[in-house]
Design a protein. Structure first.
Ligand SMILES: Nc1ncnc2c1ncn2[C@@H]1O[C@H](COP(=O)(O)OP(=O)(O)OP(=O)(O)O)[C@@H](O)[C@H]1O
Length: 262
């Protein structure tokens, strides 16, 4: 990997505070993400996983703290510099978050149209390539999101997230609501694209199978902070009721067995 220490941590969050009115979501949260890893961000409902994602990509202004991506501050950055940074990551919000009035082709082209100077023919060709990369048939290009299954919508959302060849992909609960086979196939897709494209993946998830199958490290959010970060095996040593229940309950044992058996 890169020798530059600033590069080792592709995302660095320090002392993050986020609030909505009097409700404090993050209260001094620290998190480093390493270049090239798949990090799974887990925690109970409402612990601020999606809010953390939104803060890192600059869609939400924290009350305090530092957020650096690629060694540059995301906060208090001039608009032009932020736009340059933003081009280097892709985001997939929940359920693919496609524009419902646009076809898959138009959805995948949207970031190219908005953030690049690519000629229309080139955009079209690239959208076709991205759609094939996520395992969708070419016939999906002309379809509207409502005509696709949940799994296909996620794939289209992923194709849009990689439209501009990003270095980081943020995925917010990509397998939520998919059947186990669809979810497992999507996990494989994440892993394959991460390896092929050298992506760093920031994965917000509830899905224990994803943690065991594809995550290099797990960050657990609780009590407004990152309570623990490490491999799933490292979570054994974390003495916190939520962590104990989550990583040692029957669902965890099943996920572990599946991962071990595959
Ligand atoms: N725009 C907003 N205005 C007010 N409160 C918000 C807003 N966005 C999020 N919150 C609150 O912040 C807290 C964290 O929300 P967030 O969506 O990050 O949780 P989460 O950990 O992703 O939960 P889940 O696993 O249920 O999706 C919640 O209490 C939520 O109600």
């Amino acid at each position: 990997m890169m020798g530059n220490p600033a590069d080792a941590h592709i995302i660095r969050v320090q002392g993050l505070m986020t609030r909505f009115g009097t409700h404090t979501v993050h209260d001094g949260l620290d998190l480093d993400v390493r270049r090239g890893e798949i990090i799974g961000v887990v925690g109970g409902s409402g612990t601020g996983k999606s809010v953390l994602l939104r803060a890192i990509v600059g869609l939400l202004k924290p009350a305090a703290g530092q957020i650096e991506v690629f060694g540059e501050s995301v906060r208090d950055t001039p608009e032009a510099a932020y736009r340059r940074l933003r081009r280097r990551w892709g985001v997939m919000f929940q359920d693919g978050a496609l524009f419902s009035s646009l076809t898959v082709q138009q959805n995948v082209e949207a970031p190219m149209r908005e953030q690049s100077q690519l000629a229309p023919e080139l955009r079209e060709t690239l959208a076709g390539i991205k759609v094939r990369m996520v395992g969708l048939p070419e016939t999906a290009l002309a379809k509207y999101p409502a005509e696709l299954s949940g799994g296909m919508r996620r794939r289209a959302g992923f194709a849009r997230a990689i439209a501009l060849d990003p270095e980081i992909v943020f995925l917010d609960e990509p397998t939520a609501g998919l059947d186990p086979i669809g979810a497992a196939a999507f996990d494989i897709l994440i892993k394959q694209l991460q390896a092929a494209l050298g992506l760093t993946v920031f994965l917000v998830t509830h899905d224990l199978d994803s943690l065991y199958a594809i995550c290099d490290r797990v960050a657990v959010l609780a009590d407004g902070r990152v309570l623990a970060v490490g491999s799933v095996a490292d979570m054994d040593a974390v003495d916190h009721p939520w962590v104990q229940e989550y990583f040692h309950g029957p669902r965890a044992r099943a996920a572990q067995a599946t991962a071990g058996g595959s």
